[in-house]
Design a protein around this ligand. Structure first.
Ligand SMILES: Cc1cc2nc3c(=O)[nH]c(=O)nc-3n(C[C@H](O)[C@H](O)[C@H](O)COP(=O)(O)OP(=O)(O)OC[C@H]3O[C@@H](n4cnc5c(N)ncnc54)[C@H](O)[C@@H]3O)c2cc1C
Length: 393
């Protein structure tokens, strides 16, 4: 296995780098580099810029309107975007529901939904978790009852990330109570403007409203919005989760934050402390190891194998690394990172960190926010169970 990039891959990287530099709005890159609050316009604006170029759907095959890149090209694209300070692509449309529509949707659904995902016009949300059904997802209760050519949906989803912006939501719904819980679940696409859908924000530890509760009260959904077959949704849901977990590993963002950590440690004089450098070195080793694992997965994908069963492993390591750099950044910035200053999340706020990095004052928010990484996408404890069963045997 050769993990070096070929000259063609290096040329591809260069092309992506130049294009991103020329098209990424600088004020958005500034916010990303400093962990400031991104608005809907920031996120969707960048998605539309990518969409115009045909790169928002960067993981899609050409047959569905994607660039048809191989796994290494996709990785290089992600890395260049992360290092340039591009916002992460909101995954629910292009990375999560689109592969399900491609694999299990009918032709009409593919024609109807995929173009507006690829262009960034339509914002999707994920309706899996419910109160009481997170790790034990198959116990979900939101009910969809078939009445003529519609489903009537009643129930509640929770922790719906950025659901306040959602145009559409893909939901797991219960269509049967017979047999094992997994066998009575269906995969339904719901227009969030339909009467009876209510979105209520949940304020989190960092003071932000990143997640929501979504209520369904007699929501009438055309039966043509059902993906695949009724009661087969669990299979489709698992297909989607492996994409979600690989995406959460996000090694490129960790590489960017590692450089930031080194800068903050230097400004604070901690760089001279061998124990501090030791911690940073350990983190760097883990990031390099994660990157190697990602490259091994990509290499396997390129040669036609499907190693998605180790997606859980990538999720565990990636999320733990994200928490560690958020902790080390707090330690490196010392007292400057302690105040929880909500206003500091806005671009332009003037703090007093020596070295000019006013945004060190948002480190506490980031630290609080990152408690989520070991929970969402399936908690790390549960991922360990899955890895133990499917990878270790
Ligand atoms: C910030 C954030 C964003 C999210 N976004 C979305 C979203 O957009 N859409 C969506 O559908 N969901 C979303 N989720 C929900 C997420 O998938 C669930 O929180 C997660 O699956 C855990 O479920 P739970 O919160 O119900 O915890 P529980 O399942 O109640 O687990 C509680 C604790 O028990 C542990 N535990 C449970 N079962 C086991 C077991 N068998 N073995 C060992 N330990 C176990 C867990 O690890 C955890 O520590 C989000 C969550 C967060 C925090």
């Amino acid at each position: 296995m050769d993990l070096n990039y070929t000259p063609q891959e290096q040329a591809f990287r260069q092309e992506v780098r130049q294009w991103v530099q020329a098209h990424l709005p600088q004020e958005v890159a500034y916010k990303v580099h400093n962990n400031l609050r991104l608005t809907r316009d920031d996120l969707q604006g960048w998605a539309k810029i990518l969409g115009k170029k045909g790169w928002l759907a960067y993981g899609w095959p050409a047959a569905f309107g994607g660039p048809g890149w191989n796994a290494v090209e996709r990785h290089l694209f992600e890395e260049e975007c992360a290092l340039a300070g591009a916002p992460r692509i909101i995954p629910f449309g292009p990375v999560m529901v689109a592969p399900v529509i491609m694999a299990y949707g009918n032709e009409e659904q593919q024609k109807r939904f995929l173009p507006s995902i690829a262009s960034g016009e339509v914002w999707w949300s994920q309706g899996y978790s419910e109160p009481g059904s997170g790790s034990d997802l198959a116990s979900l209760k939101t009910k969809a009852e078939r009445v003529g050519d519609h489903y009537i949906v009643n129930g509640q989803k929770t922790w719906t990330t950025l659901g306040q912006y959602g145009d559409w939501i893909f939901c797991l719904v219960r269509t049967s109570s017979e047999g094992k819980p997994q066998t009575g679940i269906s995969f339904l696409l719901i227009d969030m403007k339909t009467p009876g859908v209510t979105v209520r924000p949940i304020k989190l530890l960092d003071g932000e409203c990143e997640v929501n509760e979504v209520f369904f009260d007699n929501v009438k959904v055309p039966a043509e919005n059902l993906i695949g077959e009724e009661n087969q949704g669990w299979t489709y849901a698992k297909h989607l989760l492996s994409h979600e977990r690989t995406n959460i590993a996000d090694v490129n963002r960790s590489k960017r934050e590692l450089e930031r950590l080194k800068r903050v440690a230097q400004v604070q004089g901690l760089w001279e402390d061998v124990r501090c450098r030791d911690e940073i070195a350990k983190l760097e080793v883990d990031i390099v190891a994660l990157e190697m694992l990602v490259l091994r997965v990509l290499s396997a994908v390129s040669s036609g194998r499907n190693p998605l069963d180790i997606a859980g492993l990538l999720k565990i390591k990636g999320s733990e690394i994200q928490q560690r750099y958020s902790e080390l950044l707090m330690l490196a910035a010392g007292p400057y990172s302690l105040p929880f200053i909500e206003e500091a999340m806005s671009a332009g706020w003037q703090g007093d960190f020596p070295g000019g990095d006013a945004t060190v004052s948002v480190l506490a928010s980031t630290y609080f926010n990152y408690r989520k990484t070991t929970i969402y996408g399936g908690s790390n404890e549960v991922q360990r169970n899955i890895v133990a069963q499917t990878v270790l045997g």
